[in-house]
Design a protein around this ligand. Structure first.
Ligand SMILES: NC(=O)c1ccc[n+]([C@@H]2O[C@H](COP(=O)([O-])OP(=O)(O)OC[C@H]3O[C@@H](n4cnc5c(N)ncnc54)[C@H](O)[C@@H]3O)[C@@H](O)[C@H]2O)c1
Length: 392
């Protein structure tokens, strides 16, 4: 893969002076897919890395027999605290500025700091039809496809929207696949999660339901710890719109610890599901886990990954394990699955088993990291996609 993105757009809000970015890494059939994040300190470098990651996630799900044909990769980012009073206005103005791109070639959705409901509201206020309208010309039956996606978004499973579950289910299934390969039983295997928003929340739910014990959960306010196991569903029900947990829901035995306590919690599985760059060379030595599943994008820095690999810690890479929110949108819109939770869950589980097994087999055979194996697979897939659909 070449290193420069296809397009990088900078934006400055004329009202607040806040900045934002859109990076399109690659187009396939004229379209690129990638969410929009909002966080204080968001940089163009971060957005560029995330856009590259989206190209990889799309390519990894290429199945020549499927209706969903992978798109290119893109990402949007706004440098603003999503909880600030001016955040919504900034979001609407950013989308107005990006309107030609959203109309023609950038399909987007929620990412860190934003919910899909908020993105949808701002999209309408910015005068757009939908955050994914650029893909409509590629659909066989646009009306049926849009109805199917709308129906899928209306589905809730035990109090959480299906769209907020599929990504974390993919992460959980990746973890279960790695445990199965190591002949490690689920019961009693301990998990520590950073972030209890869309990704972390759903990952915690599905791992707890598989029998694992969630012993630590961090949100923006700190870490909640219980070595005997947290009541995940109670914590999920006590979240605000930004994924922060109301501490009055804690049970006797639950302890509150500092924000970085999740990292060193005694657990076999660590799930960073909040911010990028959470695990670096300086703090990786505190990790006791055997597996790290990157629910967040780019949470483990390369130097840290090397040091972790040297002491036998497997990092299941973001481009593989957190790819299912994106894939589910397209499986649903293109018609590989119906608006049905059971079908969606089966599709996610099956796809992730195949992908994670394939990556781990390849890493073992080549003597490389799972991330290097995923990148090697992407390098094979991109020319196949380009042969079939052209380079842009
Ligand atoms: N939402 C998706 O579908 C999706 C898909 C793929 C990847 N991701 C990635 O997953 C990560 C999380 O996204 P999300 O949509 O779940 O976000 P979210 O906004 O729904 O939730 C973020 C969670 O992290 C917590 N948090 C924020 N800053 C923190 C900090 N410094 N320390 C500890 N906790 C902190 C918040 O309190 C909240 O619980 C991001 O890296 C995002 O790019 C998200």
């Amino acid at each position: 893969m070449s290193s420069a993105p296809l397009l990088s757009v900078g934006w400055t809000d004329h009202v607040t002076g806040r900045s934002g970015h859109l990076v399109v890494d690659r187009l396939v059939r004229g379209v690129a897919s990638g969410g929009l994040r909002m966080r204080e300190g968001c940089t163009v470098e971060e957005v560029t890395g995330l856009a590259r990651g989206m190209t990889m996630k799309e390519a990894l799900h290429y199945d020549p027999k499927a209706r969903y044909v992978p798109l290119g990769g893109a990402k949007g980012g706004i440098d603003c605290d999503p909880r600030s009073p001016e955040a919504y206005g900034v979001l609407v103005r950013y989308l107005r500025a990006m309107r030609p791109y959203v109309e023609r070639f950038w399909t987007t959705g929620e990412d860190l700091g934003l919910t899909q409901d908020l993105v949808d509201r701002a999209v309408a206020e910015a005068g757009l039809v939908s955050s994914v309208q650029a893909v409509y010309p590629l659909l066989d039956d646009e009306a049926a496809a849009r109805a199917r996606l709308a129906d899928a978004f209306a589905i809730e499973v035990d109090g959480i929207g299906l769209d907020e579950l599929v990504g974390g289910l993919g992460v959980a299934e990746s973890v279960l696949t790695a445990l199965d390969r190591a002949d490690r039983g689920y019961a009693g295997t301990r998990v520590s999660v950073q972030g209890l928003g869309t990704m972390g929340g759903a990952t915690a739910r599905f791992l707890a339901r598989a029998g694992l014990r969630v012993v630590a959960v961090a949100d923006v306010r700190g870490t909640i710890v219980n070595p005997d196991g947290l009541d995940v569903e109670a914590l999920l029900a006590a979240r605000d719109a930004h994924g922060a947990v109301d501490r009055s829901a804690l049970r006797p035995g639950d302890r509150e610890e500092p924000g970085d306590a999740w990292l060193a919690a005694e657990a076999e599985v660590l799930v960073p599901a909040a911010v990028s760059y959470a695990i670096d060379a300086g703090n990786q030595g505190r990790i006791t886990a055997r597996w790290i599943a990157e629910a967040a994008n780019m949470p483990v820095l390369p130097e840290a990954e090397e040091a972790l690999a040297a002491r036998g810690v497997t990092v299941l890479p973001d481009v593989v394990v957190n790819s299912c929110t994106n894939a589910w949108w397209w499986w649903t819109l293109f018609g590989d699955i119906e608006a049905d939770a059971d079908q969606a869950f089966a599709q996610v589980r099956g796809a992730m088993r195949t992908l994670v097994d394939g990556i781990l087999d390849r890493a073992e055979a080549d003597g490389t990291s799972p991330r290097a194996a995923a990148h090697a697979l992407v390098d094979e897939r991109l020319p196949q996609i380009a042969d079939r659909y052209g380079w842009y």
